[in-house]
Design a protein around this ligand. Structure first.
Ligand code: ADP
Length: 526
């Protein structure tokens, strides 16, 4: 496993301090590789998926000892407005202790406001190609003095037809800049772009791994919405009642927040991360091993190298940064021939990372529905009945028999049992679940029917390209694809249904004219 620390990377203390505030314990793989290369002045081509920590990989070198010259220092191009905002937000956090001024620019927002902001002086611009080019043409953005040009999610930008804009932007910039191109895949068009506009000694960095084997742990994922992450976890815990479970978070702060939130709801949880000293960690670990802590909330770093024989559940509250960490995490369960399960909570943004994990580990991660309130109710009922049966086999309860016999005169014993069960039930559920419909992101998805299928030799990749290029949408808006014999289904984000119906239906796909219609959702909840 990686052993590089942020402090090994020659970063300025202002940047290191911000990283520490963000709660990151150690660089992700792409960060450990890209940061030194950019600091040494090379161009770089990085093959990495979403969610691997690319923003900090280029953000730290950009912000490291950045000099304010009154000119734009760096430009970051992203395929969508959503990504521009996300990348900008992450950069703002990294820039916390610097005086750098950042601005996201994208279409759909009044250009005048962006023009005014740029005229007041910005150091770093994060934008979509169309809007950035527009601002260059209006002579608001001048790229003649930039130090860094970053192309994020290159393959997506090309998929969306931005190649012309990107080339025009590159041509408008100075030659002695450093260029960094990130892309999840490396199609020829990307290679050509790199060859044409990057220095010949550009470094190639890839964090894509091929095959890795995972133990026979049963693996599941839950599709969740970001805001429902905590409630989803509570529902899973309430239904599964794990005896010993490690819950993984990405950051130290995440661990602290989650452990506290769980404790506040009455769960037997404790946090563990790299800021705790060795002694504290050992104590926590021992209590977990003895069973006096049921839920251990930990970062990857804290859980690494510790000897925990076996846990019943591994829960990825956040997905890890890379596939190895995933394998390492889930290796904590299912040991010694015991059954183990691993659950991952996955938002639509994290979905590509889940796919990558699935592909590289060649394992089947099955989808599970978030437990409904009914599921929780029935599962608690079964658990209480089982415990009651166990108690009936012992004699402990007998001291209550004479007292309860008296109750028998005024109430029905069935009612009394039900009332006691109700008391226990409310004591045991830890969350005030108010409604059943917390969201799997399939709620945001619309299922489309497409009249082309296996018989037409349709492949998922071809379908994605067909939808993206005709409707000018990002492949991120596309979810599960099921290709059947004569037709196919695809889940797409609600926002892109109209462009798809308008621009794809009736076009030729795999040699056949495609009819596209809205279908019923695959997993309708309640
Ligand atoms: P990408 O640009 O590759 O999609 P991001 O840079 O947005 O990925 O990072 C994905 C998530 O991981 C963000 O929430 C970010 O805060 C977090 N993250 C990035 N680097 C680290 C790290 N070294 N340790 C923990 N979390 C990290």
């Amino acid at each position: 496993m990686k052993t590089v620390r942020f402090s090994d990377l020659n970063l300025d203390k202002n940047v290191l301090k911000a990283i520490d505030d963000m709660g990151f314990e150690e660089p992700s793989k792409i960060q450990a590789e890209v940061i030194p290369v950019l600091l040494e002045g090379y161009d770089a081509i990085g093959q990495a998926q979403t969610g691997t920590g690319k923003t900090l990989a280029f953000g730290a070198p950009i912000l490291n000892k950045m000099e304010k010259t009154g000119n734009i220092n760096s430009l970051i191009l992203t395929p969508t407005r959503e990504l521009a905002v996300q990348v900008n937000d992450e950069l703002v956090r990294i820039a916390k202790y610097t005086s750098a001024k950042l601005l996201p620019v994208y279409g759909g927002q009044p250009i005048e406001r962006q023009i005014r902001a740029i005229r007041r002086g910005v150091d770093i611009i994060v934008g979509t190609p169309g809007r950035v080019l527009d601002l260059i043409k209006r002579k608001v953005i001048n790229l003649k003095h930039i130090k860094f040009l970053i192309l994020d999610e290159g393959d997506q930008m090309l998929d969306m037809g931005f190649i012309g804009d990107i080339e025009a932007i590159i041509k408008a910039s100075n030659n002695n800049r450093q260029t960094m191109l990130f892309s999840a895949t490396m199609p020829n068009a990307i290679k050509k772009l790199a060859k044409r506009y990057m220095k010949p000694d550009a470094k190639h960095i890839s964090v894509v791994r091929n095959v890795m084997t995972v133990s026979t742990v049963e693996q599941y994922y839950y599709e969740i919405k970001h805001r429902d992450r905590f409630e989803s976890l509570c529902r899973i815990l309430d239904v599964e009642e794990p005896l010993s479970s490690i819950i993984f978070c990405k950051t130290k702060r995440g661990v602290d927040e989650l452990a506290q939130a769980l404790q506040a709801r009455g769960y037997n949880a404790e946090g563990m991360h790299g800021d705790m000293n060795q002694n504290q960690r050992l104590q926590t670990l021992n209590r977990f091993k003895e069973g006096s802590i049921e839920l251990l909330v930990a970062t990857d770093v804290a859980a690494r190298g510790i000897d925990i024989e076996d846990v019943s559940h591994v829960i990825n509250y956040d997905l890890p940064q890379d596939t190895e960490s995933y394998v390492h995490r889930i290796g904590r369960t299912g040991r010694a021939k015991k059954e183990g399960v691993a659950y991952s909570l996955v938002t639509s943004k994290e979905y590509p990372m889940l796919k990558l994990i699935q592909r590289t580990t060649k394992s089947k991660i099955k989808r599970k529905e978030i437990p409904t309130i009914d599921d929780i109710f029935h599962s608690k009922y079964r658990s209480i009945v089982n415990r009651a049966k166990e108690a009936l086999e012992k004699d402990d309860y007998k001291k209550f028999v004479p007292l309860v016999s008296k109750l028998d005169e005024d109430y029905s014993l069935v009612d009394i049992s039900a009332a006691l069960m109700n008391l226990l039930y409310h004591k045991e559920i830890s969350f005030d679940y108010s409604k059943n419909d917390i969201g799997s992101f399939s709620n945001d998805y619309t299922r489309l029917f497409i009249s082309v299928g296996q018989m037409d030799r349709l492949k998922p990749k071809v379908l994605v390209r067909f939808l993206c290029s005709n409707a000018q949408i990002s492949s991120k808006s596309i979810g599960d694809i099921d290709i059947m014999k004569k037709f196919s289904f695809v889940n797409v984000n609600k926002d892109v249904v109209r462009p798809i119906l308008q621009h794809c239906s009736g076009k030729i796909l795999s040699g056949r004219r495609a009819t596209i219609q809205i279908s019923k959702p695959k997993h309708s909840r309640i």
